[in-house]
Design a binder for this molecule. Structure first.
Ligand code: 3HC
Length: 311
């Protein structure tokens, strides 16, 4: 049986009225949002690591400037998302601590290595492309601060995906060796990108409840299909081989058929055993510790300013 509060809450959700920080909400709705928004924020921040490694090695000054701006944008996305999560009564410091202790997740994709410049193009095109499919849907999520953060993030993310496709196209249309690197990057990145949408709907733990609350507006499998449908023509346009022999246009349902990733590998990666999990957390914790003097300095400055105002 629903209480009056719960019924009122669900009515708002059903009528697409946003839930705002001071509104009543079920405790599990709050917890689910903190988990998902927090994980999303962590993904933005950890996602800087595989690309940050390539800023000093970008092939031209222009590519370097673009990559630098993109990686900086990701830090900004992390901040909008941490702020959105903070409206639910959890602090950024707490979330970061949970991440560093391995008690909060971040996207599986960032536990794969970026081996060369073709990989960096592929991250922009395929990884940010997957992130956008998910985030465009989330612009309609029921929690107001999360939905509004998504609007701005989607605009910046579209630029990221386009710069990735542009960098990748240069490789795909370049020398024989560049073309080989592009194909190899696509082949390695394809299935990990499909994993970004989470397990199949049948295996998704939170999917059904999150859809009922419109925290998620499309299911994991729906978003994955949408991503495949939009990406195959882009692969074909580049003249590269499709990364999965199971990909075939299905006339009847007007979607591409495709093979599922290796779910055992997915669950291994999210348990912390992917190729780069340990490196990523070591680098993240080191960055946090190395930045202590900046936080101390800013805090000391803010205190001085506050004291001057009182005096
Ligand atoms: N990576 C890591 N963990 C994942 C995952 C993934 N790709 N997909 C699912 N999981 C985890 C879930 O968190 C959950 O674990 P938990 O109970 O310990 O939290 C478990 O696997 C079961 O999955 P569910 O389907 O039940 O989980 P959700 O309902 O939360 O759905 C999701 C998963 C679709 C990823 C959803 O959380 C979501 O839409 N999140 C917001 C989008 C997001 O996080 N994007 C990050 C992508 S990268 C990015 O944006 C950075 C950009 O700059 C590239």
């Amino acid at each position: 049986e629903m209480s009056d509060e719960e019924r009122e809450f669900q009515d708002k959700v059903d009528n697409d009225i946003k839930i705002e920080p001071r509104d009543w909400m079920p405790e599990d709705y709050r917890r689910t949002l903190i988990r998902q928004i927090g994980q999303h924020a962590h993904s933005e921040v950890v996602g800087q690591l595989p690309e940050g490694n390539w800023i000093t090695r970008a092939p031209t000054l222009e590519r370097k400037a673009i990559l630098l701006a993109k990686v900086q944008d990701e830090a900004g996305h992390g901040l909008y998302l941490y702020s959105a999560a903070e409206t639910l009564g959890v602090s950024r410091d707490e979330m970061i601590e949970l991440l560093h202790e391995g008690k909060m997740k971040y996207s599986s994709i960032f536990n794969y290595p970026t081996l060369n410049w073709a990989d960096i193009g592929a991250v922009g095109w395929l990884v940010d492309g997957a992130a956008i499919v998910n985030q465009v849907a989330l612009q309609r999520t029921s929690y107001g601060p999360y939905a509004r953060a998504m609007v701005r993030i989607c605009k910046e993310e579209s630029f990221h995906a386009r710069q990735g496709y542009d960098a990748f196209m240069k490789m795909a249309q370049g020398s024989k060796e560049q073309r080989r690197m592009a194909q190899d990057a696509l082949n390695r990145m394809w299935f990990p990108c499909l994993m970004m949408f989470g397990p199949s709907d049948a295996e998704s733990v939170h999917g059904e409840q999150s859809m009922a609350w419109k925290i998620k507006v499309k299911s994991n499998d729906e978003l994955r299909q949408q991503y495949v449908d939009q990406t195959i023509p882009q692969i074909d346009y580049l003249g590269l081989d499709r990364p999965d022999p199971g990909i075939e246009w299905n006339e009847e349902c007007e979607h591409y058929d495709f093979s599922m990733p290796d779910w055992k590998e997915f669950f291994d990666v999210i348990k912390g055993n992917g190729p780069c999990n340990r490196d990523r957390m070591r680098d993240r914790v080191a960055a946090w510790e190395d930045g202590q003097w900046v936080r101390d300095g800013l805090l000391a400055h803010a205190r001085k300013r506050a004291a001057q105002k009182v005096a």
